[in-house]
Design a protein around this ligand. Structure first.
Ligand SMILES: Cc1cc2nc3c(=O)[nH]c(=O)nc-3n(C[C@H](O)[C@H](O)[C@H](O)COP(=O)(O)O)c2cc1C
Length: 343
């Protein structure tokens, strides 16, 4: 039985952010299960890390690294915590999280609310190492030197991260996406490179789906030149495809089903810019086995999910992973690696 189906009507009576807090609290109360066993065909090595399945939890759900073990126990192949800023910050005023039920979407303008890197560091230090944990780092809103915040994040969190993500694609910190521009990106990546330790974790860069023609080529080139290990495509969009829900016009980043085609198209553009030179992680509107399959065929070595989990519950990761394994078998493929970029 899908327990989440039973709990969802109750969760949906709560204001969206309260429902999120209640979900985290409920997850903390349930005994941690060991991560499920998955077929070998789902296992792949990306950026030197061995992922048991290609279906991960996207950043933003567990910003403060409170339920990492629980989410691995639910069957996510990896969990990305954050975005974490050097100092604790409150984020934007509420309400700042909206469910768009008719569109199976969410709009958020959270603005990097989080308790800061030091407190997450302590929690991650105490976390049992049951699977791959990525740490997504960002800059404080009032920071005078944003690049220094990223450098600080890389230094502070390397110890407790299997990989780090440099997130310059949130639409909710004014000016942050400007770091994707040519000069700023070069400077940022150069400084990040200097801050990395020789045997430190791989570093991924998370990009926005809203860009100008030519941006994917430029970003891929800069990422490769500066030793970035993978690109996460993509964050939420500030555009508004046709939406039916009343919250569609709220300011913030849109995620979920209406983001799907945009994020897929973005992934294809990054794949055609980088080929096999840099691995890609596909995110945005993935909610079914077919969605994940299509994203991997389009060039994603891994995928991540967030908004679909709001509507379907945390069992979604396992369902998608098992569906991928069945389909690989049906198509006579021995591994996910064979599928990557095969379209
Ligand atoms: C409420 C909410 C908060 C988010 N917070 C972050 C964040 O802190 N850092 C980040 O890199 N992405 C954040 N994201 C973006 C997701 O990681 C993901 O890139 C995006 O939602 C698209 O995937 P989805 O359609 O499966 O949700 C957030 C998304 C949502 C819905």
């Amino acid at each position: 039985m899908n327990l989440y189906r039973l709990a969802r009507p109750f969760a949906f009576t709560l204001e969206a952010e309260r429902a999120h807090r209640a979900t985290i609290a409920a997850l903390k109360l349930t005994p941690t299960r060991h991560p499920p066993h998955f077929p070998k065909s789902l296992c792949s090595v990306v950026a030197g890390l061995k992922f048991p399945t290609p279906v991960g939890l996207a950043a933003g759900f567990d910003k403060d690294a409170e339920v990492v073990e629980e989410m691995l126990g639910w069957g996510f192949g990896f969990v990305e915590v954050g975005t974490l800023t050097p100092r604790e910050q409150a984020g934007n005023p509420r309400p700042r999280l909206f469910r768009l039920r008719k569109d199976r979407a969410v709009v958020n303008r959270m603005g990097f609310n989080n308790r800061g890197q030091p407190s997450a560091y302590m929690r991650l230090k105490l976390t049992r190492h049951l699977g791959i944990v990525g740490v997504n780092v960002g800059a404080n809103k009032d920071s005078e030197d944003r690049i220094a915040d990223y450098v600080g994040g890389v230094r502070a969190m390397s110890d407790v991260a299997d990989y780090l993500t440099i997130n310059i694609s949130s639409p909710n910190t004014p000016g942050l996406r400007g770091l994707q521009d040519q000069g700023a990106l070069e400077e940022l990546l150069q400084e990040v490179r200097k801050a990395r330790r020789a045997k430190g974790p791989p570093v991924f860069l998370k990009v926005a789906p809203d860009f100008e023609p030519g941006d994917p080529d430029r970003i891929v080139r800069a990422a490769i030149d500066h030793g970035i290990d993978a690109l996460i495509v993509s964050n939420t969009t500030i555009t508004r495809p046709d939406l039916r829900s009343k919250h569609g016009a709220e300011t913030g980043g849109l995620s979920g089903r209406p983001l799907k085609s945009l994020a897929l198209d973005a992934l294809r553009q990054f794949r055609s810019a980088g080929g096999e030179q840099i691995p890609l992680i596909g995110v945005g509107g993935i909610s079914t086995v077919d969605d994940a399959w299509e994203r991997i065929r389009a060039g994603a070595s891994l995928v991540q999910v967030y908004t679909a989990m709001v509507y379907e519950g945390p069992g979604i990761a396992r369902r998608i992973a098992q569906g991928l394994a069945r389909r690989l078998k049906r198509e006579g493929m021995g591994s996910i690696a064979q599928l990557v970029g095969s379209e």
